[in-house]
Ligand binder design. Structure first.
Ligand SMILES: Cc1cc2nc3c(=O)[nH]c(=O)nc-3n(C[C@H](O)[C@H](O)[C@H](O)COP(=O)(O)OP(=O)(O)OC[C@H]3O[C@@H](n4cnc5c(N)ncnc54)[C@H](O)[C@@H]3O)c2cc1C
Length: 435
């Protein structure tokens, strides 16, 4: 009798969602003997909660990445770019990194976990973002922001014009939710901390503005924590412009919705994310109005029996019927349920609906302070910041990586940060307009 072939499960994207699905598919209690293949353009995934720290010098950037091969030892990794899927033929089209040949891979089950991109508004709503603003999405973005800040400090130190110095050292962050507030908190510490090494710059030459469309920053948090965070950041001289938006971004200024021209040299765009646009290239894949993969509560793609989706790229209804939010804490727990459902489908058993909700929101504000709402417990100040670090250190995969991150943090407590450019991103050289 011919031996039964192991099912092949292909996972597109080895980020938080995809890598954790791969790991769970090999859980012993699932008893699923499958060949698992991940396709990702990188051979690592970014541990996003620590990305801003990696960009502002509290962490060695490499220490906030997780090598996929090491994390998913029982799975295969193909490092390449996915460009198409054919759900009738059950194939995926991709190109390996460094090779321009198109390759095809057959699957028995397909998991789509291609994440999200920064949401850039159309030009008629806000122009110039793509050309002039920095994102906070990739490792290279975090390093580019740090390189940019150092370049501007050097320029500001060399100028004799106090107005020009202030313009060079004005940083604008668009979007005052979790990422934007974390960026402004850490960037302020980084830039003002560096001024002690520059003879011609004082901390008051540096300024930071957050522009947020909602009437308050951190709209995801309860009012008392928002009030505390607002007072803390404003107390450090950070200008929080709520209820405003940006209409135009230029190399040396922004135009706000109030038609105000605000001089600055750096704009960091953290005003939302959108599902990976490559999904639109996938023939017959059902998408919701936000461009995410339209899924059943069981993570099955609507109308398909062997295609699944999760994480930032998927619209999976949670227990309340609304799509689950795009967070790593959600993606990690979805991954376990999805792996269980693939195993159940393989055995012809009933599938369970997803039931993952947000456990808590933690936001570091810099200077060893933070705010936290964990299952209704609201904490502010040093303890919230400490818990933020403790939680993410415990979540960082691998003992070796935990030690490296912990050591970086310890060294930072006793020594000055390294204010060196890493120059890894050719796009980091945004033009600096002479005024
Ligand atoms: C700065 C920042 C801070 C954050 N902080 C937190 C936090 O504190 N807590 C929290 O819960 N969440 C946080 N998040 C959100 C969290 O990171 C995401 O929700 C999570 O990464 C989603 O996982 P994912 O696997 O869907 O996407 P990702 O982790 O982005 O993975 C997608 C993967 O797909 C790959 N890929 C994409 N397109 C292709 C292609 N065409 N071909 C091949 N590979 C491709 C990418 O290389 C990537 O590895 C943060 C996000 C950011 C940007």
């Amino acid at each position: 009798m011919a031996e039964k072939r192991r099912p092949r499960i292909v996972i597109l994207g080895g980020g938080f969602a995809g890598a954790y699905v791969a790991k769970h598919l090999h859980d012993r209690n699932l008893s699923l003997d499958a060949e698992v293949i991940i396709i990702d353009r990188n051979n690592y995934f970014v541990f996003y909660p620590l990305l801003v720290e990696a960009g502002t010098g509290s962490l060695e950037p490499r220490h906030c990445t997780v090598p996929i091969r090491d994390f998913c030892r029982k799975s295969e990794l193909l490092m390449g770019e996915v460009s198409a899927i054919d759900m009738e033929a059950n194939t995926v089209t991709f190109q390996l990194a460094g090779d321009n040949r198109q390759r095809f891979l057959e699957y028995d089950h397909l998991v789509i976990a291609l994440g999200s991109v920064t949401r850039i508004l159309p030009d008629n709503i806000c122009s110039g973002v793509r050309e002039h603003a920095f994102e906070v999405k990739h490792m290279s973005d975090a390093i580019a922001i740090r390189d940019r800040a150092i370049e501007l400090l050097e320029l500001a130190n060399a100028t004799d014009d106090p107005e020009e110095r202030k313009r060079l050292l004005h940083f604008v962050i668009v979007g005052g939710n979790v990422t934007g507030i974390e960026v402004v908190g850490e960037l302020e510490v980084f830039v003002r901390g560096a001024t002690s090494m520059y003879a011609n710059i004082s901390p008051s030459d540096c300024s930071f503005t957050v522009v947020e469309l909602s009437p308050k920053i951190l709209p995801i948090l309860p009012d008392n924590l928002v009030r505390w965070a607002t007072k803390t950041l404003e107390g450090r001289g950070i200008d929080l412009r709520t209820g405003e938006s940006v209409k135009e971004v230029h190399a040396d200024y922004i135009l706000t919705s109030n038609e105000e021209r605000v001089s600055c040299s750096t704009v960091i765009w953290t005003a939302g994310i959108a599902p990976n646009p490559v999904l639109r290239e996938f023939k017959d894949l059902p998408l919701n109005t936000h461009g995410g993969v339209d899924c059943e509560p069981t993570y099955k793609v609507k109308g398909q029996d062997n295609v699944w989706a999760l994480g930032d790229c998927a619209g999976v209804p949670g227990p309340d019927g609304k799509p689950m939010p795009p967070l790593a804490q959600i993606a990690i727990r979805q991954a376990k349920q999805l792996a269980g459902n693939i195993a159940a489908a393989h055995r012809g058993e009933e599938l369970s609906p997803g039931h993952v909700s947000v456990l808590g929101i933690l936001v570091p504000l810099g200077h060893h302070k933070g705010v936290m709402n964990f299952k209704g417990i609201k904490i502010e100040g040093f303890f919230a910041w400490f818990l933020w670090r403790a939680v993410y250190l415990s979540k960082m995969p691998g003992f070796g990586r935990k030690i490296r991150v912990g050591l970086d943090w310890m060294i930072n407590m006793f020594s000055r940060r390294d204010y060196v450019q890493l120059g890894m991103n050719p796009d980091s050289k945004r033009e600096i307009e002479p005024s």
